[in-house]
Design a protein around this ligand. Structure first.
Ligand SMILES: Cc1ncc(COP(=O)(O)O)c(C=O)c1O
Length: 466
């Protein structure tokens, strides 16, 4: 038996070859890896990451998918996790453990209208729990009998599992994976730049929200139990609905007793300047799901938080043979990993103690202001966002709004990367509209770092389109 470990040692050539031979990378055409070396990230501090060859990049994506809220290299998270692992690493969520209790209490402090927290380990899974809650309630609650269907929007994404994919728009992402589950009904998003009703904000009647009632009535309100939305849509192209939108949607939901599920997987934990994305609106969702930034992705954790009235639906008498199965019969093995809640507690403490919401608001406003200066380029069609969550929609023609191609976007992002800045883009999600570059830097970003990002994007635009 050895008394030392070599997990942290590696040989560069061996790892580069191993990456090619053994790893199946996510979300990219695999063929390119036969010839192109893929970046291997080995270190991170703040917003900076270093690749295996020692080259440094400024990461404007918080780890690629908007989740490392407090930045890289937080010793205090590593230490807290290490201590907890030594003490008690795991026990299934059928019993309690100290980090789970503390973090559930913390979440309810942040969501005072809600009553219970259910832990699992990915955003997809948190949403699956929400759908299962709606479905089971439609069987066991006499007042909700038959209300099993879920409404979702055409540009939103809620995850990779079949239920979550069935509840996602982004047709291109779903391509080839059907058939999907029954009982998921799509409706158009609120996208002012490309209004589905060809209206203009200020001169419209918020048709994007009001017309959802027609869809509900056509489908049968008595069959619909839930509606899932992202507060500000992420992978669909950084889409921020107008302020009237969610209050109107919720009014319609209330009228037909439809539970509103707010997917805070991306927007939660300060991404948009408030702790929750939905706080920008006068809305009070029934179920809130979260993941990604929950533990700043130092550990895998997600949660489904419900109002007490929803939890109460599942309070059956175990000795009653007719209703004894009416509790929420669900488990998530990794929902019992104590290190995840520990990382989440420490990440949330950092967000609070370092006033990162204020930084998200202030530096986020600066980011939007700077990105808006790029509008002088003929390919920059729209700049939008909230807090440290922003997007640029690229077009070939500002009048017709013809989108640039996904190939052009790949070249553009590659040219920005050549400037040592990592930015994101809509990735084969919505047919014909994969033309948004996105920015979601860690909440510790400075104005100087914003300048670096915007300068790199400007150079990228010049190289790609001029
Ligand atoms: C809004 C939203 N919800 C859910 C998910 C799914 O999360 P996960 O990949 O952790 O399953 C994502 C992932 O990108 C997301 O953007």
């Amino acid at each position: 038996m050895t008394d030392s470990f070599d997990w942290l040692d590696y040989d560069v050539e061996d790892m580069v070859a191993g990456d090619k031979d053994a790893l199946w990378h996510h979300l990219k055409p695999h063929k390119i890896f036969e010839t192109n070396e893929q970046m291997i990230i080995v270190e991170g501090k703040g917003l900076m990451v270093k690749d295996i060859h020692g080259r440094e990049y400024l990461d404007a994506t918080s780890g690629g998918v908007w989740s490392v809220m407090v930045g890289y290299g937080r010793d205090s998270i590593a230490e807290a996790v290490c201590n907890q692992l030594k003490k008690m690493p795991y026990f299934a969520g059928v019993f309690g453990n100290i980090p789970s209790i503390k973090f559930a209490k913390k979440l309810l402090e942040k969501l005072p209208n809600h009553g219970k927290v259910y832990f699992s380990n990915s955003g997809s899974e948190a949403n699956e729990k929400a759908f299962k809650i709606v479905r089971q309630a439609s069987r066991i609650d006499p007042a909700r009998k038959g209300k099993y269907k879920i409404l979702y929007r055409d540009r939103d994404y809620h995850g990779t599992t079949f239920g979550a994919m069935s509840a996602s728009g982004q047709a291109q992402r779903k391509h080839d994976f059907g058939p999907f589950l029954d009982g998921f009904i799509e409706f158009p998003h609120c996208t002012c730049y490309r209004c589905p009703y060809e209206k203009e904000y200020g001169k419209c009647d918020i048709e994007c929200a009001r017309k959802v009632e027609d869809i509900i009535l056509k489908e049968g309100a008595e069959t619909i139990g839930g509606m899932i939305v992202e507060p500000i849509t992420a992978g669909g192209g950084i889409l921020k609905p107008v302020k009237e939108y969610y209050p109107l949607l919720q009014e319609i939901c209330k009228k037909y007793d439809i539970w509103m599920i707010m997917d805070e997987v991306v927007c939660g934990f300060g991404r948009t300047g408030t702790f929750w994305g939905h706080e920008h609106y006068d809305v009070d969702p029934d179920i809130i799901t979260m993941a990604k930034g929950l533990a700043s992705s130092y550990e895998a954790l997600s949660a489904t938080v419900v109002k007490q009235k929803i939890y109460d639906v599942f309070l059956c008498d175990p000795s009653d043979p007719d209703t004894r199965l009416n509790y929420f019969r669900d488990i998530s093995t990794y929902g019992g990993c104590t290190s995840a809640m520990t990382a989440a507690l420490e990440s949330t403490r950092i967000i609070e103690d370092e006033n990162l919401l204020d930084n998200s608001t202030e530096v986020g406003a600066y980011l939007l202001e700077k990105l808006n200066t790029l509008k002088e380029y003929k390919v920059v069609g729209d700049v939008r966002g909230q807090g440290l969550f922003a997007g640029i929609e690229f077009v070939l023609d500002k009048k017709t709004k013809e989108p640039v191609t996904e190939g052009q976007m790949a070249t553009l992002v590659g040219n920005v990367l050549a400037e040592n800045v990592i930015v994101g883009r809509t990735n084969s999600s919505f047919h014909g509209l994969n033309n948004t570059m996105n920015f979601a830097p860690s909440l510790v970003i400075t104005k100087e770092q914003v300048d670096t990002i915007v300068a790199a994007v400007e150079t990228g635009i010049q190289k790609t389109f001029n």
